[in-house]
Design a protein around this ligand. Structure first.
Ligand code: HEM
Ligand SMILES: [Cu+2]
Length: 590
């Protein structure tokens, strides 16, 4: 029991800080009335009634501000998780462990998974949805702006709890120089049990940081669930009068279905995490051999885990279906069928979890039925792909950066999706399970579809967010590098898997060297593309050409000048009016 104290103390301290923060916030004088929109403090524009500087960002309940906070936080987490990924790929450049060592290798592939899934992908999509969803729906804000703020502010402490091992180790070593007792800090080692936290490894490992990380994951799950509920209520109740269900845009549809999955999947993860904590600290036997058995964990985890992969990818599908028609000047082909396929994926995703467990010795009849449903889920996935292709048919394709991203998505999704269909076939999975083939399969989607969709969105809506234009040539180069880098990094893993290289090993037989080096080279291409993206975003937001005409993508021509752009156009007109009137600071901006 004594060993758990550092973990509990740290999480209690973080929670206390959080409570103190919100108390202080609540007591602050109510000088700030939200003006309902984020207006960049640009020449001639004044923001009214909103605090400025740090106070604004710490106290905001405005959906656009919180959206930006989410995007910023998610990007930071992505860079952290990407550092892990680069550590994995550098270790695998040589067959022996020459660079980081095996303990660290286990730790980085674990934190990589946690960070990317829970703190990068979902927060960034939540941020994008925060920003544009109310505008697309014709709403002033999300249904519960304060819940929105709480959901966001729970994430930074969750991330620190989950990634604590490394932080406490560094802090411990620094403090050890001073005469401060740091035993507790040094006792927390980085977690190395994998993002799936399989028992009995996760119950048998003594490291207290595992408990801290479980608490952090639990907290992030609460945050994600709150955000999802907010989206659901907003979409149901805050739509403008003229937006019936048949007029709801495809991005909002995807966010709605994704949120539905969250409220069924995440509470289950939360409960499973509590059971694991109980097993670890209070002598229960939920996952012990003499109790529920270690396989019970796998069932609970994957009942959450498979819907989770669709929670990750549905917003990306939504962005793709949303932007593609606008970028090729056509209407989305088969809108209704895309909506149906999204819902079908959502429902089916709860019936396929055991395809992650085919090799656990389960009843062959169960295997057959899970195989059938897993194969069936490929149908709605394929419907989307075909509808995207049909949308482009006879379209007016201009190879802008966001369209390049989307073409990249459509290409990698074919490889990523079809490799999944192979894995869903039981006999094939027997050969490929726990090999690099699986790693290749899912990364072709989680890298080839998800970040590409975010990057596409970052270019598409950049003018709305910053009032400026990004560097188009740099953006095109970056999009190409991201798409090509994905293929170069992860297709070698498919081959390595076929050849029999297992996943999660920091050492491997020398015959696998060349393919591993190819994959690592690809990873450096990906890293380069990320740097180019960052440079473009930061530089263009500072000094990019100011946008004068709101119709950046020629949307009016094809009648696709949607609400968020209309809002932007109004902003620009207001600015023009103010500038021509001279700035007396009294004009309102909304
Ligand atoms: C066409 C539909 C898909 C099918 C039939 C499919 C099938 C599978 C199967 C059978 C496995 C288990 C392989 C094994 O461990 O032996 C698997 C693993 C995985 N899939 Fe897919 N998949 C599909 C789409 C997706 C999508 C869209 C994503 C992500 C957004 C995804 C993410 C993953 C992940 C993360 C894993 C590995 C989890 C782990 O073991 O760490 N899959 N897939
Ligand atoms: Cu799955």
């Amino acid at each position: 029991m004594f060993e758990t104290i550092p973990g509990i103390a740290i999480s209690a301290a973080v929670l206390l800080l959080l409570v103190a923060f919100f108390r202080l916030r609540g007591d602050a004088p109510a000088e700030s009335v939200s003006d309902g929109g984020y207006v960049p403090a640009r020449a001639g524009l004044t923001t009214h009634g909103k605090p400025t500087g740090l106070t604004r960002w710490l106290t905001t309940v405005d959906h656009k501000d919180i959206g930006l906070l989410y995007i910023l936080f998610g990007t930071g987490a992505a860079l952290w998780g990407a550092t892990d990924a680069m550590m994995i790929r550098t270790e695998l450049i040589v067959p022996e462990t020459a660079i980081w060592g095996l303990e660290t290798y286990n730790a980085v592939f674990t934190t990589h998974g946690f960070t990317m899934l829970f703190f990068f992908v979902t927060p960034v999509f939540t941020g994008i949805a925060n920003y544009v969803l109310p505008m697309l729906l014709g709403a002033d804000d999300l249904a519960f702006p304060r819940v929105n703020a709480i959901a966001f502010w729970l994430l930074p402490p969750s991330l620190l709890l989950v990634r604590g091992g490394l932080i406490t180790e560094v802090a411990g070593k620094v403090l050890a120089v001073l005469p401060v007792p740091v035993g507790a800090l040094l006792a927390l080692e980085p977690v190395g049990v994998g993002w799936t936290m399989y028992t009995p490894l996760s119950t048998a490992t003594a490291n207290q940081q595992i408990d801290v990380a479980l608490l952090g994951l639990h907290l992030s799950g609460i945050a994600t669930t709150m955000a999802a509920l907010n989206f659901i209520v907003t979409i149901f109740t805050e739509r403008a009068d003229d937006i019936g269900w048949n007029k709801l845009d495809i991005f909002s549809w995807n966010i709605l279905v994704m949120s539905g999955l969250v409220i069924f999947a995440f509470p289950l993860l939360g409960s499973a995490l509590v059971l694991l904590l109980l097993d670890r600290n209070f002598g229960t036997t939920f996952f012990a051999v003499e109790g529920g058995g270690p396989i019970l964990w796998q069932h609970l985890f994957w009942f959450f885990g498979h819907p989770e992969v669709y929670i990750l990818v549905l917003p990306a599908f939504g962005l793709t279906s949303f932007m593609l028609p606008k970028l090729v000047g056509r209407r989305l082909f088969g809108f209704r069928f895309i909506v149906y396929s999204t819902i079908a994926i959502g429902v089916l995703s709860f019936g396929v979890w055991a395809h992650h467990m085919f090799t656990t010795g389960m009843d062959p009849r169960m295997r057959a039925s899970f195989m059938a449903i897993s194969l069936a889920i490929a149908i709605p996935s394929a419907i989307k792909e075909f509808n995207w292709i049909a949308t482009m048919w006879n379209g007016r394709l201009r190879l802008t950066a966001p369209l390049l991203c989307i073409l990249g998505i459509m290409s990698t999704f074919v490889i990523g999706g079809i490799t999944g269909v192979f894995l869903a076939a039981v006999p094939v999975d027997f050969v490929l399970h726990d090999t690099h083939y699986v790693v290749g399969h899912f990364h072709l989607i989680v890298v080839g579809v998800i970040p590409l969709s975010m990057v596409a969105a970052s270019y598409y809506w950049f003018p709305i967010i910053t009032g400026r234009m990004f560097n188009r040539r740099l953006a095109k180069a970056q999009a190409l590098l991201l798409a090509v880098g994905t293929v170069f990094t992860f297709v070698p893993l498919l081959i390595l898997g076929y050849l029999g290289m297992p996943r999660r090993y920091g050492v491997y037989p020398a015959e696998f060297t060349t393919l591993n080096q190819a994959a690592s080279l690809g990873a450096f291409v990906l890293a380069l593309s990320v740097v180019l993206w960052l440079v473009n975003m930061v530089q263009s937001a500072r000094v990019g050409p100011v946008v004068e005409d709101a119709d950046v993508w020629n949307l009016k021509e094809t009648g696709q000048f949607t609400r968020e752009w209309q809002w932007f156009e109004e902003q620009l007109e207001d600015r023009q009016a103010e500038l021509s009137r001279g700035t007396d600071g009294s004009a309102t901006s909304d």
